[in-house]
Design a protein around this ligand. Structure first.
Ligand code: RIB
Length: 305
């Protein structure tokens, strides 16, 4: 039986345009394409964990609109248990995304129904948390709900992963004791630690700071530079596989979901990080959030160049 992963987080419909470059303030650009794509950091991580070998349950909220039906349907199609995805009055979460010719993106999210995922709603689905081996949270739902989920996951003795995305400020200090693996990218590590992260060396300083704040283990994802793993005073750099990127949307989500699935299925941390990195590398070679996430056989067939 595959191990069980529960994801407590967001579902967004991504409204994606491609343009030669990201627009400046006050500027109008002519785009090259437009697509609506299922996304949201929580849902993307759920899809990644499911495609990469875990049995997944999603805890979240969608609106009673066409986007909500499509977002739920996308997860059901991946055999993700959606009994804990509630449909609420109003609009589903959306993300406005511009992807440029250098494969970089800029994203604005509007929470919509994700804001209705309160601690009380999560409490209604405690059985999902109880059944999981690994529990993953991000920051696209209310802070009080993240704090509640982390605390409950810790009480239940689960392996707890927090992907602090998006982050613009330090985390509440009392969250750290409830996190086994904190997985920020460079800008999130900067916001959480106060250390500007723009290189492997600065990531090492930030990781040490996050460990000092109480995070169990830290993995800072560094895009094409790979990732830095920190546990106590141990620091290890994992270089990224080299690929030609066309769209980095959901690369971090793919890493988190892949890492969680591998860890839940018994791989050690180093193997789980390498597995997540291959999955993330494959995701950047394809467009969109959920459509870009590879399957287990894609990862197993990957040959480094
Ligand atoms: O991490 C990528 C995701 O961020 C997108 O799918 C978008 O919905 C935003 O949540």
């Amino acid at each position: 039986m595959p191990a069980k992963v529960a994801v407590i987080g967001s579902l967004n419909m991504d409204l994606v345009t491609r343009a030669p470059r990201l627009p400046r303030g006050g500027e109008t650009l002519i785009g090259q394409s437009f697509a609506t794509v299922s996304g949201g950091k929580g849902a993307n991580q759920a899809v990644a964990a499911a495609r990469l070998g875990a049995q997944v349950s999603m805890v979240g909220c969608v609106g009673n609109d066409a986007y909500g039906r499509e977002l739920r349907g996308a997860l059901v199609a991946e055999q993700i248990d959606c009994q804990a995805v509630s449909t609420v009055e109003g609009s589903s979460g959306v993300a406005l995304i511009v992807v440029d010719d250098n494969s970089q993106n800029a994203i604005v999210i509007v929470a919509g129904a994700n804001g209705a995922l309160t601690p009380a709603v999560i409490g209604c689905f405690d059985a999902v948390l109880q059944a999981a081996d690994v529990i993953i949270c991000q920051l696209e739902i209310p802070d009080a709900s993240v704090g509640h989920a982390l605390k409950r996951a810790r009480e239940l003795g689960k392996t707890v992963i927090l992907n602090p995305a998006p982050a613009s400020r330090p985390l509440p200090a009392d969250w750290y004791a409830n996190i086994d693996y904190l997985i920020p990218n460079e800008s999130e590590a900067t916001a959480l630690s106060g250390v500007p992260v723009d290189s492997l060396d600065s990531a090492k300083v930030a990781a040490a700071r996050l460990i000092a704040l109480g995070a169990g283990k830290v993995i800072i994802t560094l895009g094409a530079q790979g990732s830095l793993f920190a546990s106590g005073s141990r620091l290890e750099h994992f270089p990224a596989p080299v690929v030609k990127a066309i769209d980095t949307t959901a690369a971090g989500d793919t890493f988190v979901g892949g890492f969680a699935a591998a860890l839940a299925n018994g791989q050690d941390e180093a193997a789980a990080i390498r597995f997540g990195q291959v999955a993330a590398a494959l995701s950047v070679t394809r467009a969109g959030a959920q459509p870009s996430i590879p399957t287990l056989s894609d990862v197993q067939a990957f040959k480094p160049s």
